[in-house]
Ligand binder design. Structure first.
Ligand code: NAD
Ligand code: MG
Length: 384
């Protein structure tokens, strides 16, 4: 029996995690569940899984949450500080699945408990980079990647010395607009962007997949998780999303992890690590799939991965600036304010401005994030 907290329990990763817990009720006891504003779903999940506490990020919704949990014996709390307190409650495993930099402080609080953190919230690692990886080392925390590519790489690296790695290759589906012309991309709508061909995910990461910024963020995520150096990281387009990533060693051996396009597989790998647990996913039927294809990315139509590579090579505050401007631009695109191709252009314009000083602690990362958001709002107005 392991105790489990889910930060971002009401989202897509949260739902996949709880689906696994539902099928394995003897394996886990739920400590804290958090959500942003969907109090109805949060309360229902807290009751179903008999959580110790449910926390809503939007403090104004706390009275509603209290009402929804009345008589259940489940504690409730609201606001940013309460999210952090929830993350500090002792839990063997914390799934960090809040979307965006909003998850940074709670994820760091979980890391500082020195237990196991299963990380889905890539934006937090992209922004905090060295600050987060230093905390992982300082507190002796086990950081397990949930992002499917990084979970694949983690599995392919197991038992091997990173010094022998020649390449880490992140696979990318290429998203829903993989074969669109540059002209057509300009007219892409939010509804088209969130319709991913292989994966069912939250709106923000779906747009990131369409721009390829998701792969850019994952490139930076891989840089921090796997110490092989930026020059050994590369990206390949693999439309079927069956090979989740690969590691090539100096002797010419390439290890790949394959599986269905279902986040319950990498989540299960992190929840059970170093053991394995059942998932309800269909076994991989390679004969039915028939063909796996690969091709080089096109950074002219999809410049986001170039921006991410440049940001991580320049280092300092730039990855946090990239992430913050992307979050602002994606929200503007989803609300119909800017065209699809302006998302990455907005990021490029903000990155071109004088960068803030490299952040040395969590508060400085948050300050860089806030400053970049303000700059992105200005840059975006010029692109409308
Ligand atoms: P989602 O939008 O479905 O869910 C996000 C969760 O975060 C929800 O519980 C929401 O209530 C909470 N949240 C949002 N804003 C918040 C705020 N300001 N304060 C507190 N909580 C807030 O997103 P998702 O698709 O589940 O993705 C979650 C994270 O996992 C993201 O970082 C994403 O990049 C990563 N990820 C997702 C997938 C996937 O298949 N969905 C795959 C790989 C990585
Ligand atoms: Mg991924």
């Amino acid at each position: 029996m392991r105790t489990l907290t889910i930060l971002g329990a009401t989202g897509s990763i949260g739902a996949s995690t709880l689906d696994l817990v539902r099928r394995n009720r003897d394996g886990f006891r739920v400590v804290a569940l958090t959500g942003h504003s969907n109090v109805t779903v949060l309360a229902a999940l807290a009751r179903e899984f008999d959580a110790e506490i449910a926390v809503v990020g939007d403090e104004a919704r706390l009275p509603e949450l209290r009402d929804a949990l009345a008589g259940s014996g489940i504690a409730s709390a609201g606001g940013e500080a309460a999210l952090i307190e929830a993350a500090q409650r002792p839990a063997d495993v914390t799934v960090a699945a809040i979307v965006g930099c909003a998850g940074l402080a709670p994820t760091m609080a979980a890391i500082e408990q020195g237990r196991t953190v299963a990380l889905a919230n890539k934006e937090a690692l992209v922004s905090a980079g060295g600050v987060m990886t230093r905390a992982v080392a300082q507190y002796g925390t086990t950081l397990l990647p949930v992002d499917s590519e990084h979970n694949a790489i983690f599995q392919c690296l197991a038992g091997n010395d990173p010094a022998h790695v020649r390449w880490i290759t992140l696979t990318a589906s290429g998203g829903p607009f993989r074969d669109w012309t540059a002209e057509r991309l300009h007219t892409a709508t939010p509804a088209e962007a969130v319709r991913h061909p292989n994966w069912s995910m939250g709106a923000k990461i779906s747009v990131d997949s369409a721009t390829m910024m998701n792969k850019g963020l994952e490139f930076i995520e891989a840089y921090h998780l796997f110490p092989v150096g930026v020059e050994r990281l590369r990206i390949i387009i693999h439309p079927q999303s069956i090979v989740h990533s690969m590691v090539e060693y100096r002797d010419g051996s390439t290890l790949a992890q394959l599986g269905p396009s279902d986040m319950r597989v990498p989540i299960a790998s992190a929840l059970a690590w170093p053991a394995r647990m059942e998932t309800p996913c269909e076994p991989l039927d390679l004969a039915a799939i028939g063909t796996l294809t690969f091709r080089a990315p096109d950074e002219l139509r999809f410049p986001a991965t170039r921006l991410a590579r440049e940001a991580v090579m320049a280092g300092g505050a730039l990855p946090a600036v990239l992430n913050a401007s992307n979050e602002i631009a994606v929200a503007a695109f989803l609300s119909g304010k800017i065209a699809f191709t302006r998302i990455v252009q907005c990021c490029e314009n903000v990155l071109a401005a004088t960068p803030p000083a490299p952040p040395q602690c969590l508060d400085e990362v948050i300050a860089v994030d806030q400053e970049a958001r303000a700059k992105a709002r200005v840059a975006m107005e010029l692109l409308i």
